[in-house]
Write a protein that binds this ligand. Structure first.
Ligand code: ASP
Length: 580
């Protein structure tokens, strides 16, 4: 080995020992007769010291040529420091250098390689290998590994088998867009990269594996959105002979275990809410329960006037913002502008200020008197000093707009903190969703999710009312995991495919392998997948997932370091039989 110790290892006990360290030059302080070098590796920083009277002149001369991020090997003796540094693990000692070897030179890095850096994100992504030298990012990668270890340990203790599933698979419709890979040996034919291992894990249940898991890469060709990666990682799980009532508590325990093991955070029992309730109360299927501000319907209280907007609306509802009754015109305009730019098909924002003297000032004074406004305030549990924000329109868009406004106020008023964790299960999702663009039903979760037994007759009469055996795990307003009990019978699976608009031929061609498998003894089964990158970010207290991914892509889906995607050669294009 080129070294005897790491840069994080030496203490007072080793004083007098001759050691050899290797690492990167983080900093050089040159006082002429005295030179200090901070030497860094993954384990820490050790101070090297060179003194005019003590160190050989040729070594001192060498030091003059060193620069930041040079890779060096330093041999010397461990000595006790006179001025100790309590912020460093090795802060009690330093190394009196006796021999120094430059293992490699380094260009001046484009940004500071220290815990706090001066580089912008794009630049740091271009030089990711330099960014990854910084302690916070190294810490994140090690943390991710820790979460992996605990995940594997927990699931394997409960008899889950880790199975790898293929990455070159068949493109299937539904869900997001597939990334496709042209086949050279089968011209004009394409593989797809998996959006998830969904069908494979179900087939593993047919195969009798009973419990499967995989820390799996998934690929989705979706439009760019902040903090979304075209490839990401899931903790993917599937179990046989289970119902929703088995899956939820099992994975709740798993989550509690992860929080406790990695963060020493004890979570209480997770509440459970139906999709309908989440939409009604929080305008979102992934409500952030770290704060209140529920949506309150007041449709029944607003019809007694000639305010046509409220009279015609399917839903009139609002939120009560505690202590904001003194909002200025400018602040209210900004909120109204926000609603306008973020929502579809809802009214403008109506406000009611509940003043400290008990009176009301509102944007609908012309239509409603104080007594009427007092009834709204009562319904919304407002007290003097509060602000009511009200929207009206079609049911879902109004709920969603209020939900978005609620989150905006959470951030504006700093209502939550990062060390609060509010997990919850959202259940009873609708099985289907009407897609306006294609004018057909699409699966809300995926086409393999089973409908609730009692709702199956609705598949033929009112498909939009069918509820699914599907569930999401939400933490702090973020969807961390989702899954369902699957269909395991050919006839029901074919019926659902038909409602989704597939012809009998398409079903056979696209999904025949799965429906065939259901005829060879498919056990009842279900599962869940957790977004692994997201989970690491939540556990690690970060908003973005990128710090937990070694080589992430930017918001436009580009790898800034390799410059991917990129063009390919004429030759490759020809071989693949594709024309551009
Ligand atoms: N495959 C699903 C997904 O990626 C998860 C599941 O249903 O288990 O969302």
């Amino acid at each position: 080995m080129l070294r005897t110790h790491t840069c994080g290892e030496l203490r007072l006990e080793q004083v007098g020992l001759r050691v050899t360290l290797c690492g990167w030059v983080q900093k050089i302080r040159n006082k002429g007769s005295l030179v200090w070098i901070d030497l860094r590796d993954r384990y820490g920083i050790t101070q090297l010291i060179l003194e005019e009277q003590v160190t050989a002149p040729e070594i001192l001369a060498q030091v003059q040529k060193l620069g930041r991020e040079y890779v060096i090997q330093a041999e010397g003796v461990v000595v006790e420091r006179s001025a100790k540094n309590p912020h460093l693990l090795t802060g009690d000692i330093e190394i009196e250098v006796k021999r120094l070897t430059v293992l490699n030179t380094a260009k001046t890095p484009p940004f500071l390689i220290e815990a706090e850096t001066d580089g912008g994100e794009e630049l740091r992504m271009e030089y990711r290998y330099l960014d990854l030298r910084r302690p916070p990012l190294q810490k994140n990668l090690l943390f991710r590994q820790l979460v992996t270890q605990y995940t594997r340990a927990y699931l394997e203790r409960h008899h889950f088998v880790d199975v790898e599933t293929p990455l070159l698979i068949k493109s299937t419709p539904g869900g997001a867009r597939d990334f496709v890979v042209p086949s050279r040996l089968h011209l004009q034919q394409f593989y797809a990269l998996p959006q998830s291992p969904q069908v494979f894990k179900q087939l593993l249940m047919v195969a009798g594996l009973d419990r499967y898991y995989q820390i799996a890469k998934c690929f989705r060709d979706e439009d760019f959105r902040a903090d979304r990666q075209p490839e990401f990682t899931q903790i993917d799980c599937e179990l046989s002979f289970v119902t929703q009532e088995d899956i939820l508590p099992f994975f709740e325990s798993f989550m509690k275990y992860l929080f406790e093991a990695t963060m020493q955070v004890k979570l209480d029992k997770f509440p459970c809410m139906t999709y309908a309730e989440a939409m009604q109360k929080y305008g979102s299927d992934k409500p952030d329960l770290r704060f209140g501000m529920p949506i309150v319907e007041i449709t029944h209280l607003v019809r007694n006037s000639d305010f046509s907007l409220f009279n015609q609306a399917k839903l009139v509802a609002g939120i009560c913002v505690t202590g904001c009754g003194d909002y200025t015109r400018k602040q209210l305009d900004a909120l109204a502008e926000f609603v306008k730019s973020h929502s579809l098909a809802t009214s403008g924002l109506v406000y009611v200020k509940y003043l400290l003297d008990g009176s009301f000032s509102s944007s609908v004074n012309k239509f409603y008197d104080e007594a009427q406004l007092a009834l709204w305030a009562k319904a919304m549990q407002a007290v003097p000093g509060d602000l009511l924000l009200i929207l009206a329109g079609e049911v879902e868009p109004t709920q969603t707009a209020l939900g978005t406004l609620r989150l905006k106020l959470r951030d504006e008023l700093a209502l939550v903190s990062k060390d609060q964790f509010s997990p919850l299960w959202v259940v009873d999702f609708p099985l289907l969703e009407w897609d306006r663009t294609t004018q057909r039903y699409v699966a809300k979760h995926h086409p393999f999710t089973s409908p609730k037994q009692e709702d199956i007759p609705l598949l033929t009469t009112a498909p939009e009312l069918v509820r699914a055996n599907a569930y999401d795990l939400v933490i702090n307003g973020v969807e961390v995991g989702g899954g369902s009990i699957r269909i395991h019978e050919r006839s029901l699976q074919e019926q659902v495919f038909k409602v989704l608009g597939f012809s009998a031929e398409e079903i056979k061609e696209k999904f025949g392998f799965l429906t065939d498998a259901f005829e060879y003894g498919a056990p009842p089964h279900g599962g869940i997948a957790f977004g692994f990158d997201r989970l690491c970010a939540i556990l690690g207290g970060e908003d973005s997932i990128r710090p937990f991914i070694a080589f992430p892509k930017n918001n436009a889906g580009r790898d800034m370091m390799m410059k991917a995607p990129s063009t390919i050669s004429e030759q490759q294009i020809k071989e693949l039989g594709i024309s551009l």
